[in-house]
Design a protein around this ligand. Structure first.
Ligand SMILES: Cc1ncc(COP(=O)(O)O)c(C=O)c1O
Length: 346
């Protein structure tokens, strides 16, 4: 299967590329600003583009300054989440997840807090918002702990209209090639806090900023290069405009799956998933696209330690994903045809 990218969107992209060539700015120009503005409009949050989802997490952790402190992350996530905390100089403490949403378990997180806990990273696994995020956010606020949201899977996820990345201090989206909104590579830091985003725009550029075509330098010893190129930003503009169509396509397929699978992740009232994945606990699903994460992906396993995280290991052993990647060629089948195609004993 070839990843879908319609002719009219290609033309739009090529036109934007011509604008980049004409501008003489191949990095740090208007295309990046326009992409950020569009992402901002989509999420309702301030936005700063960076080179990857992982770079976004690392940047937020640098802002919080977690060096020598503890950061609580779920075991059930990609290694990027824990690795970002390690690279920022923290020690990582692993928390368990819930069986219902595969995301961080509030009670286990609370039990792992110590006087040295500086941040918690909640991961919106599979494209929906973590069911306990509001409780986690309230707890973190009360205890002066920074809540960071890993939104790598969460494009289009909302809960009563609020997007992923709006619950804590800041969130980081990934535009890696397999994500719901792929750019090949890239990431976006989002936050309600304008000052945090202003800091990020300098941090991602060694403490420099281009203002009205002029480079302004600020003394910032922690700054580094996490800029995206203007060519990536041009693709970002096309992709954020395509995202509502991609989400609609996924949601239409998910509605059919809802009629096939009873034993699945069931969202609370008011929550809309972006359906990065469609997650079931039905062992009769045979045409699966693999797991969101296997137990071997857990950070503690990568570090070679076994921990008491019963729900995380249960989830790794019991969930499966039905195909929901954009462009899947069977998506137009009827519910009954899909049932026959996907399920062993329909
Ligand atoms: C949960 C999660 N967090 C972070 C990342 C890292 O994103 P990136 O590859 O853009 O650095 C990924 C996957 O790529 C992910 O699945």
């Amino acid at each position: 299967m070839v990843l879908p990218f319609e002719e009219e969107d290609r033309k739009k992209y090529y036109k934007l590329l011509d604008e980049v060539f004409a501008s003489n700015f191949w990095s740090d120009g208007n295309m990046t600003r326009r992409f950020e503005e569009k992402f901002q409009e989509f999420t309702g949050l301030n936005a700063c583009a960076v080179t990857s989802g992982g770079a976004g997490l690392l940047s937020i952790l640098e802002y919080v300054n977690v060096r020598g402190k503890e950061v609580i992350v779920p075991a059930n996530t990609f290694w990027a989440t824990a690795q970002a905390a390690k690279k920022a100089g923290a020690s990582v403490v692993y928390a368990d997840c819930n069986k219902e949403d595969l995301c961080m378990n509030y009670a286990d997180m609370v039990s792992k807090v110590t006087p040295n806990t500086k941040a918690v990273i909640v991961v919106h696994i599979g494209g929906h918002i973590a069911f306990e995020v509001e409780k986690i956010a309230a707890f973190c606020k009360e205890h002066g702990i920074a809540l960071i949201e890993d939104c790598a899977h969460a494009h289009g996820a909302t809960w009563n209209g609020k997007t992923a990345g709006g619950y804590g201090l800041a969130g980081s989206y990934s535009f890696y090639a397999t994500k719901t909104m792929p750019l090949g590579e890239g990431g976006m830091i989002v936050s309600r806090d304008k000052d945090l985003i202003a800091w990020m725009k300098k941090f991602r550029n060694y403490g420099k900023e281009v203002i009205n075509g002029n480079v302004v330098t600020y003394p910032m010893k922690e700054g580094f290069n996490y800029r995206i190129s203007e060519f990536t930003a041009a693709l970002g503009i096309v992709q954020i405009e395509r995202l509502p169509r991609i989400l609609e396509w996924k949601r239409r397929l998910a509605e059919k799956y809802d009629q096939i699978f009873d034993n699945r992740v069931i969202f609370p009232k008011g929550m809309e998933s972006g359906y990065y994945k469609y997650i079931v606990f039905d062992q009769n699903l045979t045409e699966e696209t693999g797991k969101v994460f296997n137990a071997t992906d857990f950070g503690n396993e990568i570090e070679g330690t076994k921990l008491n995280l019963p729900n995380s290991y249960w989830v790794a052993g019991h969930h499966k994903c039905a195909p929901i990647y954009h462009g899947w060629d069977k998506a137009e089948l009827t519910v009954e045809e899909l049932r026959k195609y996907l399920v062993k004993n329909p």
